[in-house]
Design a protein around this ligand. Sequence first.
Ligand SMILES: *Cc1c(COP(=O)(O)O)cnc(C)c1O
Length: 367
Amino acid sequence: MSKTSDMVRAEVMRLSPYNSGLTIGEVMQRYAPARIAKLGSNENPIGPSPTLATMMQSSAEMFRLYPDPAGRELRRAIAARYAASEDQVILGNGSEDLLSVISRAVLRPGDSVVTLYPSFPLHEDYATLMGATVNRVGVRNDLTIDVDALIEAVRERPRMLLFSNPMNPVGSWLPGGDLSKLLDAVGDETLIVVDEAYAEYAEGDDYVSSLPFLKPRDRPWIVLRTFSKAFGLAGLRIGFGIVGDPHLRALLDRVRTPFNANGVAQAAALAALADEEHLAKVVALARTERARVESFLRSKGLKVAPSRGNFLFFDCRQDANTFVEGLLRDGVIVKPWRQDGFDTYVRVSIGSPSENDHFMAALSRLL
Ligand SMILES: *Cc1c(COP(=O)(O)O)cnc(C)c1O
């Protein structure tokens, strides 16, 4: 009888399982804490726009029917908001789905993909699955992005440059000047994919989206955005890409499954896009609370990365798994970073003020 490991492709055997952390139910079962702060997955403590409640009242038809496979209404709204054309917009079952679509469409065995390290695991996994080699560009000692090392790496003409800005898990970002310098260094043979999952939290000061730099560019590029973070729809699974070349978008469309963006998610995303006021409130709270948690961590003498996301990445100066287990006993869920060289690092999401208080109190007890 053949072994499962002989049946499955070698690239699959090289993938690590996704480190998703414990659910609220699992923590309850294990430790039964008095209360739980779920700060391990960068979810939004306020949630989506309250206008969604009205939308959900008419959702029975959306449950019954197949969604619009082209997602026209939502794509039109996205195109208007980001000053793109409708035929440049592609929808995904979360932006992670688009990472998979892009990798499957573009990557051949032996290709190289340049990404940042420590990395968002999905930026590496789909590349590995397709037989590509991942070239990791590490952050500097102060945990900022090393633009010169990135430029050096893209000079080797990889098939793809894929990075998040602001960067997950670290939170640091490429300021506008560095971003423009990097994008200028990329040649025609490299597909630029900028994952801007946290852009709404970051915009302003020296952070700019890559869209204004990329739009005038007659070379292959894709910017990924999501409704999971600042728009508060992580559970619905909807994200999108803006693709420089409409022809490339049309080809990617063939690779995705036709109903990857479900009807309820499309309708919810439309409602979320329309509520600017709610988005501003979410972003303002995350920024104020991030500053508060960051100064607390620094006051404890911990090394914390500069962050423009709704999360902070810090060195807990002990095995992160043990540290995180200690927080769990108190009902606080955070993410230990398990990549080489960062196994004393933890990523904590910025929650509601009381969740953040809960985290800080638990951490004080531990240290
Ligand atoms: C959270 C996150 C996403 C969003 O994934 P979805 O599939 O849209 O929920 C994408 N990229 C990065 C870097 C993220 O941190």
